[in-house]
Write a protein that binds this ligand. Structure first.
Ligand code: SF4
Length: 289
């Protein structure tokens, strides 16, 4: 059984890889044991939804099946790219790709038209007195670098509609009659009512998105007020991306077990729900401290 099967997954999310850079073992336990949704996570999600609705018009489609869901995601993505050209910014664009033969998927928080091209920006919620040490921003840095590379691959036609349709076995899926009626009601043309057609439309738009900026951004927001706490700009490089993916894939390829945090970062265990239960790696040391 490979790692994906063991974690009951069919694809790797960009957030899985970024979580590996916080604690790989915690990421794995999140799948094998299950992680509770905390109040902080709920707050972060609701903040994202609020921000998305401020920029992109909500798409009034209610998926009834996995096929409907895929259609809606591609359709919403396509509308989001139109909004980028119209409003110079857009939110919540799902991106697809592959790494070492695995399906890779992620959702970009924001794209902004900048002086030197389109900039990928990632929002993170934090408490008022949140810290910005290197280990704390490392997973966010990884996430934004991954998104930048995935978007570049879509733009360069390195991952296309054909790749997507093959990978997601689109030709075997059909939309529900109820969902087809909804598409009719919102005025989607008859020849656009298939996953393949909406996929072709989205991936074609990706190739025409324009130049991407090498600058990427982390935008930290107060989790209660929504006000900006800090903005960090970073330079994307292929070298950094290659080193990120090489390290991460060793785990997904089964070349090593999930790693716990190193000794000097065992302070992270104080924030981990698995500490002292499913994970006792640093339990004796912490008890003595
Ligand atoms: S207790 Fe510490 S080492 Fe163990 S999974 Fe949690 S963060 Fe990682």
């Amino acid at each position: 059984m490979n790692v994906l099967e063991r974690l009951h997954k069919t694809s790797i999310r960009a957030t899985d890889i970024s979580s590996q850079y916080w604690c790989e073992l915690k990421m794995e336990l999140g799948y094998t044991v299950g992680e509770k949704v905390t109040a902080e996570m709920r707050k972060g999600r609701s903040m994202h939804e609020q921000l998305e609705n401020e920029v992109n018009a909500p798409v009034p489609l209610e998926p009834k099946s996995y096929a409907d869901y895929l259609y809606k995601m591609l359709y919403t993505n396509s509308m989001a790219l139109d909004a980028l050209h119209k409003n110079k910014r857009t939110r919540e664009v799902q991106v697809y790709g592959s790494a070492n033969g695995y399906k890779l998927v992620g959702k970009i928080d924001e794209l902004v038209v900048h002086d030197d091209g389109i900039m990928v920006s990632e929002d993170k919620t934090k408490s008022e007195n949140g810290q910005f040490s290197e280990p704390q921003i490392r997973p966010h840095r990884v996430q934004v670098m991954l998104y930048r590379k995935m978007l570049q691959d879509l733009r360069d036609g390195l991952y296309t509609s054909a790749n997507f349709c093959r990978s997601y076995t689109v030709d075997r899926l059909s939309l529900t009659p109820e969902f087809a009626r909804q598409l009719d009601a919102v005025g989607v043309a008859r020849d656009m009512r298939s996953i393949r057609s909406v996929s072709d439309m989205f991936f074609e738009k990706c190739t025409k998105i324009g130049k991407l900026s090498n600058t990427v951004q982390l935008h930290y927001i107060n989790q209660f007020t929504g006000k900006t706490l800090k903005t960090i700009r970073l330079e994307y490089t292929d070298d950094e991306f290659n080193s990120i993916i090489t390290f991460a894939m060793k785990y997904w390829n089964g070349e090593r077990e999930a790693m716990p945090v190193p000794y000097e970062e065992k302070w992270k265990c104080d924030y981990c729900i698995f500490f002292g239960k499913q994970c006792k790696v640093w339990w004796p040391q912490k008890k003595l401290a």
